[in-house]
Ligand binder design. Structure first.
Ligand code: ADP
Ligand code: ADP
Length: 233
């Protein structure tokens, strides 16, 4: 069952009349419950590809089918609907709302889904407990550590039951010990049946995934299972 189906995806930026081709034909399938790390040198097109995967941007050419929706040719409104329903985002900078409590931050995606306040709070609380932050539900982001903020962001990403979790350098702002804790949470999320794609520069972080896709100059350079995945651990 494909969550992501990319066929010859091309993306160019246009600076005046000049075309800067960034993705030059990326073909990739990611199945339900895969755990993929996307790597590659700076400038190889990772952010551009993540923006397309996340339905934040559309490709210049090629086809993208996300959980059965052909999103490559969708207009902005339709794209936003698919994005809100199908994708949970986790960012390097956490991107939490500073004035909202942990619970309120987690509940934000449920407002757009039109769910009652009572049900939102209940679902958000469940998600906070899942990431080990149940007791801190009243805390605001500035009263939480970086690792705790990222847990809130992960709970928010999960709260809508999206078909895909997209994480862009989720440990980029965290120390080594906290990074390991966050990666353990991603491991649990994956073990619970979720599909996870994360971008990272760090081999240690990519080691946690089961599959590593490497980009270079806008093309897939390699696509391999990690050894522990092959060993069935
Ligand atoms: P990575 O995430 O692997 O560092 P990016 O996708 O951010 O790669 O960038 C790939 C190339 O595309 C870079 O040369 C970058 O400068 C260029 N680029 C990215 N976004 C834009 C944009 N919005 N407009 C013009 N050029 C861009
Ligand atoms: P990352 O650190 O994740 O690789 P970048 O620093 O390459 O991200 O880019 C951050 C954002 O800035 C990208 O999502 C892209 O949209 C934008 N960007 C990158 N390069 C350019 C550029 N040359 N011109 C305009 N926008 C750019």
């Amino acid at each position: 069952q494909e969550v992501i189906h990319l066929e010859a995806i091309r993306k160019s930026y246009f600076i005046g009349k000049n075309e800067l081709p960034v993705l030059k034909g990326v073909t990739l399938d990611i199945l339900k419950n895969e755990y993929v790390a996307l790597m590659g040198p700076s400038g190889s097109g990772k952010s551009t590809l993540m923006n397309i995967l996340g339905c934040l941007d559309t490709p210049t050419g090629g086809k993208y089918v996300l959980s059965g929706h052909d999103v490559s040719t969708m207009e902005d409104d339709a794209l936003a609907r698919v994005r809100n329903k199908e994708i949970g985002f986790v960012f390097q900078q956490f991107n939490l709302m500073p004035r909202l409590s942990a619970l309120e931050n987690v509940a934000v995606p449920l407002i757009y889904a039109g769910i009652s306040k009572r049900d939102r709070d209940e679902k958000a609380m469940m998600m906070l407990e899942k990431v080990g932050l149940g007791q801190r539900y009243k805390h605001k982001p500035n009263e939480l550590s970086g690792g705790q903020c990222q847990r809130v962001a992960i709970a928010r990403a999960l709260v809508n039951d999206p078909s895909l979790i997209l994480a862009d350098e989720p440990t980029g702002n965290l120390d080594t010990k906290t990074s390991v804790e966050i990666m353990e949470i991603f491991g649990r999320i994956h073990a619970g049946g979720n599909t996870v794609v994360l971008v990272t520069h760090e081999e240690d972080i990519a080691e946690h995934a089961l599959r590593v896709v490497r980009l270079r100059d806008g093309l897939i350079e390699s696509d391999k299972l990690n050894n522990h995945a092959l060993a069935g651990v």
